[in-house]
Every structure is written in C-alpha cells, then in structure tokens.
Write a protein that binds this ligand. Structure first.
Ligand code: TYD
Ligand code: MG
Length: 453
C-alpha cells in the first residue's frame, strides 16, 4: 500500500550512495571529494501485509544445477560459473567502446537460438545501428527483439506483457524511472532502476543483463550500490589498441570469482581464445635479453605470459620507471630488492617493463620473472628461453612459495617448456610427477646463477 508521495531535496554521494541533508565537500562515508550532488527524491512509505512465514530446514533445500543456461560460448560460460542462472541479474561493466554491446548481442543470439526469446533494450543506439552490428556479426536475429526505450516503467510494462527468457538493458545508466525526479545516470536513478529490474528477474525467472559504464577511475558509476545489489559482476577489459579482451568475474553468487574468459575482437565480432598461453607466446622473440616466460593464475586458469624488460642508461637526470601490465609500486619495490640483494644497480637507468599482449597481472607469483627479466636486460644476457619462472620475492631477496604450483607447472609442461624454476618451498609439496625439469630456488641470486649464464 502506498501513502501520498513526499518530495525532498537531499545530497547523494555519486561514488558510494551516502545520503546527506546538507552539501558537504567530502563524503563522510567513502571519503571521495566533490561527489555529493543534489537530487530530488520522492519518498514513499510502504506498509507490508503481514504474512505467515515458516523457516525451511537446510537439509530440505532443493539444489539442482539444471537452472543454468549455457550459451555455448565456453569462455563466457566459465566466467559466470558454468552458465547463467535463471532469474539472476548480471552486471557487465567496462570502458566505453570495449565491446560490451557486441558481447551481449552475441550472447543474446546464442541464448535465443538455443533457448527462447531475448529482448534487447537499448537507450544508447538506434534500431538501425543494432541491425548493422548484427549483420556485421552475421547474426540472424529472429528470436532477438529490440526495444529502444529508456523509461523503465514502460520497459517493465512491455516485459510483463510477454516475459522474455533473457533481457539485456544497455545501459543501466541511460534508464530512468518516473518515480524519481533526479536525472538518468544519477545514483538514486541507477539504484531504483536496478532494484526494479532485480525484482522483475526474481519474480519471473527471466535472466537480466545490465550494461554499466565505468567511470574514469575504473569503477562502475555508483559502484558499491550496483555491485551489492546484483548477483554477478563481470568486467570487460583490455587495451583498445590490442585485440585481446578479458572478461573477469568480480563477484559471483553462483560461482567462483577471479575467473577469466579471453576473447579476440575481430571485424566480425568477438572470438573465443581457447589456448591463450599459446597465443600470448606466439610472437615471442627468443634469445633476446630481457624476455622471460612467467605463469600467472587467473581464477582457476593458468596463463603463460611473456614478460619483457628494457633497461637503458638514462639520458635525463630523473631515471624513468614505466610499467604496463604490472603494478607500478610493485615494480619499484622489486627494483629496490634487486639493488640491495642482488647487486643489480639500476639506479641510473631507465626501466621499462611490459606484459606482452596487454594483459594485466596482479599476483606476486610473477615477481621472480620480473626481476630476472630486468637483470637479463641490465646484464644483456638472454635468459634461457625454454624455462618458465615462478615465485614471489620477499624483501630479503628470498624466493617464497606460490599457490597452486602444480597447475602452473602443468601448463608449462603442456606448452613444451623444458624447465620450470620454482620456489624451494614448493618442491616438497609436489605430489605429481612431471615431464619437465623442475629446479627449486631459495634466493634471487641463486636464480640468476641458474638462468643468466
Ligand atoms: P561496442 O560493443 O559498441 O562497445 P561498448 O558497447 O562497450 O561501448 O564495440 C565497439 C568497438 O568494437 C568499436 O570500436 C568497433 C569494434 N568492433 C569490432 O572491431 N568488430 C566488430 O565486429 C564489432 C561489432 C565492433
Ligand atoms: Mg554499447
């Protein structure tokens, strides 16, 4: 039951959704500066009918896996935990132009041809633009219906008339509800629209995909609000001038997080990459100093990557440190360790580090590889090109154990490498036999003696 509406003006932080009755320069909740904007919100009091509720014994809860909808795109299905759950809400975030609409149109086609009707609702493009894209993707959109609308109340009316199997909202930032006076894209609009769509998904069992644009600082506008509400959050990332795109799970109520799917953006749409290690190593120049192969674990998936370093005398007073794909602070730390513990004095040199293919690595298991690449370029001695390096490096120059070592070794073995250099601490824990030589190292210096000769 609804009581008369009351409209008032409040200030809402656009980063975290914190409410304040007065304007403040810094959000007291998340600490962001200048993020409070004025919004007019209509408050409605709700009264709930009293219902009798009975708890269910946990043992009697029915768990069946059959509610997963498989798209047939293996890379995508794995990222969402083996298929999309019916009635779940998935947020797909990413920079503008990275390929979100392309990905969702391809998924729509798979689901429409394998299951049932998909309704693609866009507030960003015209019908013609979508038709042109579908022609480019060679999709015959029989069972995909398109609606260009941004008014959520009208959208929900259409949805309820003939409930589709799957709904795509491109994008959540362009939709608005008449209940609120604030502009589309503001945090209260995003939250309200998402809330209504989540209710729709839960009530009807239709799966809803929301496209969310990412703000400059890398978070989805209204990030905390949206991420907490939906079931699954996926980020679509990549460098615009590389063809690789990575779909990453940030949150998943129905599967593991940190899972990744790798695609290539071609002229005819996104193509799955089935053996990414092979692809990332395909352009590797062997016998060049400063190049090593490392193994990074993304979710459950090991990825072999080429890591390159270039160390050259600095022509300016301030030596440069440039890293792409590796955290800049981590690089500074590794350089300090090299200087102090391994007599590699790069103080007066420019250091450039790059992960080939535009991939970002966030785990410390590539420390050892990074340091060997830098030392190799500094000494101008190529590292053995049939070796894969694994290990985290501590401040004392000691090589520390990494997790899930066997998976990583297996990947190196699969791709035909001859030698795997791993932390001594991992050696004892190996249960399997491998068809690859495994050498355990304790310190960074010992590694140099082994590989830079
Ligand atoms: P798009 O899906 O529109 O990005 P988003 O929805 O994330 O903003 O993709 C846009 C880019 O992808 C654009 O620069 C063109 C490129 N592209 C291809 O290279 N091949 C294709 O088949 C398609 C459809 C797009
Ligand atoms: Mg788009």
């Amino acid at each position: 039951m609804l009581t008369p509406n009351k409209t008032k003006t409040i200030y809402i932080c656009q980063a975290c959704g914190h409410h304040s009755l007065r304007w403040v320069g810094k959000c007291p909740d998340c600490g962001t500066w200048n993020s409070m904007t004025e919004e007019r919100v209509t408050k409605r009091k709700r009264t709930f009918a009293k219902q009798k509720m009975t708890p269910t014994p946990l043992g009697e809860v029915d768990v069946q896996d059959e509610d997963r909808v498989k798209t047939g795109l293996k890379e995508f299905d794995r990222v969402v935990g083996g298929g999309v759950i019916k009635g779940s809400v998935v947020l797909v975030g990413g920079d503008p132009g990275i390929g979100k609409s392309t990905l969702l149109l391809q998924i729509s086609e798979k689901i429409a041809s394998g299951y049932d009707k998909v309704l693609y609702i866009t507030g960003e493009e015209s019908l013609k633009q979508i038709r042109l894209r579908s022609e480019r993707l060679k999709i015959i959109p029989d069972k995909i219906e398109i609606l260009t609308e941004t008014n959520l109340d009208l959208i929900l009316e259409v949805l309820r008339q003939d409930i589709p199997f799957m709904v795509v909202i491109d994008s959540i930032q362009t939709t608005y509800t008449q209940n609120l006076e604030s502009t589309p894209g503001s945090i209260s609009q995003i939250r309200e629209c998402a809330h209504k769509l989540i209710n729709f998904a839960k009530e009807t069992g239709s799966s809803v995909f929301l496209v969310g644009h990412v703000t400059k600082d890398g978070s989805i506008a209204g990030p905390k609000v949206l991420e907490h509400m939906v079931d699954t959050v996926l980020y679509f990332e990549g460098e615009k001038n590389h063809i690789y795109r990575i779909l990453r799970t940030v949150k998943n109520r129905f599967g593991s997080t940190n899972e990744i799917g790798i695609f290539q953006m071609q002229e005819y749409g996104l193509e799955e990459v089935e053996n990414p290690s092979l692809l990332f190593l395909s352009e590797r120049a062997k016998d060049i100093s400063g190049s090593v192969v490392v193994c990074s674990l993304e979710g459950t998936r090991p990825l072999l990557l080429e890591l390159q370093a270039l160390v050259s005398p600095s022509t300016y007073g301030m030596p440069q440190r440039v890293s792409s794909g590796i955290d800049y602070k981590r690089l500074s730390l590794l350089l300090a360790i090299l200087e102090k513990r391994a007599d590699v004095s790069v103080g007066a040199f420019d250091v450039f580090v790059n992960v080939a293919g535009g991939v970002k690595i966030e785990e410390p298991a590539v420390d050892l590889g990074t340091m060997v690449a830098i030392a190799s370029s500094f000494k101008d001695i190529p590292a053995d090109n049939r070796s894969v390096l694994l290990g985290e490096v501590g401040l004392g120059g000691e090589v520390r154990a990494v997790n899930q070592i066997e998976r990583r070794i297996k990947e190196a073995e699969k791709l035909g490498f001859k030698n795997c250099i791993i932390p001594q601490g991992n050696l004892k824990a190996l249960n399997q036999r491998f068809n690859i030589k495994i050498s355990g190292v304790k310190s960074i210096k010992e590694t140099f003696d082994l590989i830079l000769i």
